[in-house]
Design a protein around this ligand. Structure first.
Ligand SMILES: Nc1ncnc2c1ncn2[C@@H]1O[C@H](COP(=O)(O)OP(=O)(O)OP(=O)(O)O)[C@@H](O)[C@H]1O
Ligand SMILES: [Mg+2]
Length: 353
């Protein structure tokens, strides 16, 4: 994998449309590279954007572009199943404890997909994709991933999660041991000797080693993912030329700084000059927008800023999205879209009177 492009910003500013247009145009410009577009919004809309059913399976859109609208529940279920299976396997090694029905019940009901928060579920899936465990088995190795992220708060959760996953599993493991301890106390009152095997050094060591291994694997994976995002992640923030979404991208910049490199800013849906000429109301809107275009450019002065006007038709389908890509990236310099140069440049927007 060589690049993970992440699009973020406030709701409704065009993140999904620009993600889709970016993935599509990069797949056109780099026919030898394989691209994946992922939506991390639970209200997926890639199917609407591409005018074709996408869903939870890798869906080819062009010769070298695939998309997926993952169902985070499915991955969380797989994950918790694995965890409970491992825990049960551990219990088998301790025959007497394994006989205590309350413990089996506890393991089966405590760490379930429903008990995991959505952000963590999404993160599990994101980690899985980035770790390429899952998709490689479907035979595709991706060079570039474009991720359409939910608005800022949830986006941060996705970056933070590698660490959190370990904490959550640790919490459940500890709960599990507390439950064993409690149950064992009850038992030991009745049959003092019965609890011996749990206290015996070898069993306890084995158990400890297995759990430690699980947690270490998780932590290593978390570290791998964090490093990957750090090394090849490229965040692009999308805003419209209005105050609330401008404020949002400033916050997003500050909150994401430690996880991912900010490579550029999109200012989307600016009212075109043509419309401003023919309608007084549109002219006023445009003038106000241009003030924010300047503010955004001043604020992000060292970054690549892509400006795009509001198109007459909602960009949809391959044709509509290619049109949006042309509007966003202009001359379509492939390298510049993939690795924008963060050069200090002078402000050149139209003067606002
Ligand atoms: N440059 C553009 N010109 C015209 N319409 C646009 C443009 N960019 C986006 N849109 C339209 O604006 C609406 C919102 O876009 P989109 O769904 O991509 O935003 P979003 O930031 O992903 O929203 P959400 O936060 O709800 O996921 C859509 O109807 C889309 O077709
Ligand atoms: Mg969206």
């Amino acid at each position: 994998m060589e690049k993970i492009i992440v699009l973020g910003g406030k709701g409704g500013v065009g993140k999904s449309s620009i993600s889709a247009a970016t993935a599509l145009i990069l797949s056109d410009l780099f026919p030898d590279k394989k691209l994946l577009l992922i939506s991390f919004d639970i209200a997926h809309n890639l199917s609407d954007l591409f005018l074709q059913e996408i869903g939870d399976k890798l869906t080819p859109l062009t010769d070298n572009l695939w998309a997926i609208e993952p169902d985070p529940n499915i991955y969380a279920e797989e994950y918790t199943k694995e965890f409970t299976a491992k825990t049960r396997a551990l219990m088998k090694k301790m025959p007497i404890i394994g006989l205590i029905p309350q413990i089996k019940n506890f393991v089966d009901t405590t760490f379930t997909a429903d008990s995991i928060p959505l952000a963590l579920k999404n993160a599990m899936f994101f980690q899985k994709i980035l770790d390429a465990e899952d998709l490689n088995s479907q035979g595709v190795q991706f060079d570039i991933i474009v991720a359409d992220f939910p608005p800022t708060g949830n986006m941060i959760a996705l970056f933070e999660i590698p660490e959190d996953t370990v904490k959550v599993v640790l919490k459940y493991s500890l709960n599990f041991y507390n439950s064993i301890k409690g149950t064992l106390k009850g038992f030991s009152k009745m049959f003092r000797k019965v609890t011996r095997p749990f206290d015996s050094d070898t069993k306890q060591e084995e158990l400890g080693d297995e759990i430690l291994k699980m947690l270490t694997e998780l932590e290593e994976r978390g570290e791998r993912i964090s490093n990957l995002i750090h090394d090849i992640g490229s965040l692009r923030l999308v805003s419209i030329a209005e105050k609330p979404s401008f404020e949002e991208i400033k916050r997003a910049r500050d909150l994401t700084k430690k996880y991912v490199n900010l490579d550029g800013v999109h200012i989307n849906m600016v009212t075109p000059e043509e419309s401003a000429k023919s309608c007084d109301f549109c002219r006023k809107i445009r003038l106000n927008q241009l003030k924010y275009v300047k503010k955004i450019k001043d604020e992000f002065v060292n970054l690549k800023v892509w400006e795009s006007n509001k198109l007459e038709d909602e960009p949809m389908g391959l044709e509509g999205l290619r049109k949006l890509a042309k509007e966003v990236y202009g001359d379509l310099n492939a390298e510049d879209i993939l690795n924008p140069k963060n050069i200090k440049k002078s402000f050149n927007a139209i003067d606002v009177k």
